[in-house]
Design a protein around this ligand. Structure first.
Ligand SMILES: [Zn+2]
Length: 342
């Protein structure tokens, strides 16, 4: 098959396009013919070596994949060749303490499609049959590929971890990102009000269209001051944070008493400082989260099929143009998800 892969760490220039070993489904696995694969921030960490692929190089990125079933391994039941599907990217062992508790995202042997295994920047990809969900006819392959990581992570962060409620105020960092554009919509669906940040004025219109009440350009305005002004000095109930560094620390300053910050990524840096006085005196909750459950992904598919949530797609590149697609994301030019199609 053809794939976009890398043999050494670095920038987008390390992405190669060419022949790559075909995936062969083992027992309980299926091979999917990729119809669309979304780029994700985790791809950038895998590429530059901040999160080197656990199984070594060469490696194929791509954790958000839709396609059709190409081949079934032994014992893969309930699926048909040619069926339209979306792949749930979380890989878990089913037997550790946390899997048995039903908390598979903290499995001691946890992995991601496209990180711990080769992913979807390719014509074919394999995955456990248990990770396959049917993709409703009303959801295009491109839209479906924008859901499994970005929309699911935002859903789990807001609904499961932060327990968002109607009328609450939510600060969503980076409206132009996949996870940010998803979080704005999910907060609105839950009846909450949203203030969001953008890095350039051309993203303000998108943020408003998604349902944000207040949009702050973080390069020219102080988002903590704006959050205080928006809430009449009170502070927001929830922050969805995925930048790290100063943004992480300052996000805690935007919270009201008993507020919740959910950390769902570290786009700029893995490090963040905290003024602990804010944490204990305001009884703040600082929570981590990664991905969500396959049931939550099925719930999201229902909302997207019925038009209550819509993935934001910035641009679609052909697979041979993977290098340009990665550079587009690294340059932060995207408003929403960037996709590859073979
Ligand atoms: Zn486990």
């Amino acid at each position: 098959m053809k794939a976009a892969f890398f043999k050494e760490h670095g920038g987008s220039d390390k992405i190669l396009y060419g022949d790559y070993r075909d995936p062969v489904p083992e027992a309980g696995e299926v091979t999917v013919r990729v119809r669309a694969c979304a780029l994700n921030q985790v791809d950038m960490l895998l590429l530059d070596g901040r999160f080197p692929p656990p199984e070594g190089l060469p490696h194929v990125n791509g954790c958000e994949v839709t396609g059709t079933i190409e081949a079934l391994g032994a014992g893969a039941k309930g699926l048909a060749i040619g069926q339209r599907v979306v792949i749930f990217p979380g890989l878990s062992c089913s037997s550790c303490e946390y899997c048995l508790r039903g908390e598979r995202t903290v499995c001691v042997r946890y992995g991601y499609l496209g990180a711990h295994k080769d992913g979807g920047y390719a014509e074919l990809v394999k995955a456990p049959a248990a990770n396959i969900l049917p993709l409703p006819e009303s959801i295009a392959f491109e839209a479906g590929a924008a859901l499994p990581m970005a929309m699911l992570t935002a859903w789990h962060a807001l609904v499961h971890q932060a327990r968002v409620r109607p009328g609450q105020t939510v600060l969503v960092q980076a409206a132009g990102s996949g996870v940010g554009s998803a979080a704005i919509q999910i907060a609105r669906l839950a009846g909450a009000r949203v203030l969001t940040t953008v890095g350039s004025d051309d993203k303000i219109e998108l943020a408003r269209a998604l349902g944000a009440e207040r949009v702050v350009n973080y390069r020219t305005q102080d988002f903590v001051e704006e959050a205080k002004r928006w809430t009449e000095k009170r502070g927001v109930d929830i922050v969805i944070e995925h930048i790290g560094g100063d943004t992480f620390e300052r996000s805690t300053h935007a919270l009201t008493r008993l507020g919740t910050l959910v950390s769902i990524g570290s786009h700029d840096t893995h490090w963040g400082r905290l003024d602990l006085r804010h944490v204990y005196s305001k009884n703040l909750r600082i929570l981590g989260t990664n991905l969500g459950s396959i049931l939550e992904l099925r719930t999201i598919l229902d909302h997207v099929a019925d038009g209550r949530l819509r993935p934001v797609i910035d641009r679609v590149f052909r697979l041979p143009e993977a290098r340009a697609a990665v550079q587009h994301v690294l340059d932060r030019k995207n408003k929403g998800k960037v996709l590859l199609v073979p």
